[in-house]
Design a protein around this ligand. Structure first.
Ligand code: SF4
Ligand code: SF4
Ligand code: SF4
Length: 184
C-alpha cells in the first residue's frame, strides 16, 4: 500500500473564532483543563475588507507536523519520533520532561502535561486518523475551515485544494517544511 502523508489545509477566511476546535481537541485528547495546556489555538490575524467594512481575521494554529522537525532532532531519548503517516508524535514512556523540544519548536506548539509527566502537542488525532477517521477539530469546525487528508493521494481534498489555490506555510525560511497549509 502506498505510504500516506497527512496534512491539514485551512481556509482562514471562514474562521469565526468560536473555538469549537479547541474544545473538541481538549475533550477528544483528554487535555487537562488548565491554562496553557492545549494542542491548538486561535490568534488574531490582520484586518480584512476595506474601510468602513472591515472585519477581524482569525488564524488557527497547532503543531505544523514538520517534515524536518527540530523537536525530533533535539530529543535526547528519541521520545519524539515520526510515524509511518508522517505524523510527529511523543512516546510518553520515553519522555523525561527535559523540555528541549519545547525550546526547539519555532511555533511554540508544545506544552508540558503535568498529568502525564510528558511534553504533549497535536497528534493529528492519530487514534482516529490511523483508522480512517478525521481529527476531532476538523469534524467539529462549524464553518469547515479545516480540511484533513493524505497529500500522497492526488484525489484527496487537501491535494485538490493545494493544486487549485495559492497557499502559504508558517516561517518557510527556517526550513522546517510544515504540513499545515493556509489558503491565501
Ligand atoms: Fe515539532 Fe514544533 Fe514542528 Fe510540531 S511544529 S513538528 S512540535 S518543531
Ligand atoms: Fe487536536 Fe486532533 Fe486537531 Fe491536533 S488534529 S489540534 S490533536 S483535535
Ligand atoms: Fe475557527 Fe473552526 Fe476553530 Fe471555530 S472551530 S475557531 S471556525 S477553526
Amino acid at each position: 500500500m502506498k505510504k500516506k502523508r497527512f496534512a491539514m489545509v485551512f481556509d482562514i477566511s471562514k474562521c469565526i473564532d468560536c473555538k469549537a476546535c479547541t474544545v473538541a481537541c481538549k475533550a477528544e485528547n483528554n487535555i487537562p483543563l488548565v491554562k496553557d495546556n492545549y494542542r491548538n489555538w486561535i490568534t488574531e490575524g490582520p484586518l480584512r475588507g476595506k474601510y468602513p467594512k472591515l472585519g477581524q481575521s482569525y488564524i488557527p494554529g497547532q503543531c505544523m507536523q514538520c517534515a524536518n522537525p527540530p523537536c525530533e532532532h533535539v530529543c535526547p531519548t528519541s521520545a519524539t519520533y515520526v510515524n509511518v503517516d508522517g505524523i510527529v508524535l511523543v512516546d510518553n514512556k520515553k519522555c523525561i520532561g527535559c523540555k528541549y523540544c519545547m525550546t526547539a519548536c519555532p511555533y511554540d506548539a508544545r506544552y508540558y502535561n503535568e498529568k502525564t509527566g510528558a511534553v504533549d502537542k497535536c497528534t493529528f488525532c492519530v487514534q482516529r486518523t490511523s483508522v480512517g477517521r478525521i481529527p476531532a477539530c476538523v469534524e467539529t469546525c462549524p464553518t469547515k475551515v479545516r480540511v484533513f487528508g493524505d497529500l500522497n493521494d492526488p484525489e484527496s481534498e487537501v491535494s485538490k485544494l493545494l493544486t487549485k489555490h495559492p497557499y502559504r506555510v508558517e516561517k518557510p525560511e527556517i526550513g522546517t517544511q510544515p504540513f499545515l497549509f493556509y489558503l491565501v
